[in-house]
Design a binder for this molecule. Structure first.
Ligand SMILES: Cc1ncc(COP(=O)(O)O)c(C=O)c1O
Length: 375
């Protein structure tokens, strides 16, 4: 066990992936036409309980496409958590709109919805909740603010396949949502993404803009009335995606099981704080994030990460806040506010190996190593 490196996440491809990909190759449907695209889109949409899925190249392009389909552009403002992955903000910047940052809750690590209203201006067009590490955002206040100020809700559900808010799956909580299928996600296509929505018109806009604004119907006369994007997913990627969605319940179960195993071994260790699961939520624990409270744990986060690496255990830092990103400052984002929770998370948070194929033996080894380092 000592010598085998444990990565932070490995894809788990234990269903029909090879069979479907082989079929795509043998039949030579390797580009963005082919049966696996629509089968994957339908299967994932049906899993979430939404009307439409539009497969794209990655989660970042899914977010961008969702914003474009809602008509977001220059002069608009979109509210996002300060503590998120940079793609949430970049996708907004691609449209010319400005991301506006809101601090997070210390408990769930998600956006603090109580702080959103003070950031709404005449330019605000949408709120983008991000379900961090697979824990759904508390949507009640976001929904009432969206209603009060006539704002759209764009879920960044990149990390939240199968997560639920009050029994409803993430991706089905606003006007439109974006998922990532990067290799470390609960379901993967290697690289890939999907936009999902219940709105027929918005779905058609996504299909239109995703394919260079070729008309959805009628002859292809190479006249393009709008500026579009090539965000088409290949049939090969969709073949992997379909196989993954067929087993998505299993992968979610695995992620939850792994989290419970970490709790089993580490719950009583003072100074290690895991992400909770609120009573209204189903957390899929995409990653097992942990806050290291140096005063109670004895050693700090950076030292723990370094020592784990020496023992062959991979881990990752938490995100750095959006208000600290030079790219976004140069872009014109307002960073005059304070973001104490986001800074606390960045300074003390790390995530442990979390892939769906981890064994109890590995988790026990990781946990025992952590406990030994503390002593
Ligand atoms: C919250 C969040 N949004 C967006 C993305 C972007 O997804 P992708 O890497 O597929 O472009 C990620 C990726 O990890 C993410 O964690």
């Amino acid at each position: 066990m000592e010598n085998k490196f444990i990565p932070v996440c490995e894809p788990y491809l234990n269903g029909n992936e090879l069979r479907y990909v082989t079929d795509a190759v043998i039949t030579t449907w390797i580009s963005s036409s082919g049966k696996y695209i629509s089968r994957f889109e339908k299967a994932f949409a049906s899993y979430l309980g939404v009307n439409h899925g539009i497969a794209v190249t990655n989660g970042t392009s899914a977010l961008h496409l969702a914003l474009v389909a809602l008509g977001i552009g220059k002069g608009d403002e979109i509210i996002i958590p300060d503590f998120t992955m940079i793609a949430s903000a970049f996708a907004i910047a691609y449209t010319g709109a400005i991301p506006v940052f809101v601090d997070s809750e210390k408990e769930t690590w998600n956006v603090d919805t109580k702080l959103i209203e003070s950031k709404i201006s005449k330019k605000t067009k949408a709120i983008m909740p991000v379900h961090i590490w697979g824990h759904p955002v508390y949507m009640e206040l976001i929904r009432s603010l969206a209603k009060k100020y006539n704002l759209k809700i764009i879920e960044d559900a990149a990390e939240a396949h199968g997560a639920e808010y009050q029994g409803v799956k993430c991706g089905n909580l606003g006007d439109i949502a974006a998922f990532s299928f990067f290799a470390n996600k609960v379901a993967t296509t290697g690289e890939g993404g999907m936009v999902v929505t219940n709105d027929d018109e918005i779905a058609d806009k996504c299909r239109y803009y995703k394919n260079l604004c070729f008309p959805l119907n009628g002859t292809r006369n190479y006249q393009h009335n709008d500026i579009g994007f090539n965000y088409r997913m290949s049939n090969i990627h969709a073949a992997i995606g379909l196989a993954q969605v067929e087993k998505l319940d299993f992968y979610v179960q695995q992620r939850r099981k792994i989290h419970n195993l970490y709790l089993k071994y580490l719950r009583d260790i003072p100074g290690l704080i895991f992400q909770p699961e609120k009573e209204w939520a189903k957390n899929v624990y995409w990653m097992n994030g942990v806050i290291v409270d140096k005063d109670k744990f004895g050693i700090n986060r950076d030292y723990l990460m370094q020592k784990l690496r020496e023992k062959g255990i991979d881990s990752r830092l938490f995100f750095a806040g959006m208000h600290k990103q030079l790219s976004l400052i140069k872009f014109g984002c307002d960073i005059s506010d304070d973001y104490p929770v986001s800074e606390y998370l960045e300074k003390n948070g790390m995530y442990l190996p979390s892939g769906s194929n981890l064994t109890e033996e590995q988790i026990k080894y990781i946990s025992e190593t952590i406990i030994r380092l503390q002593k």
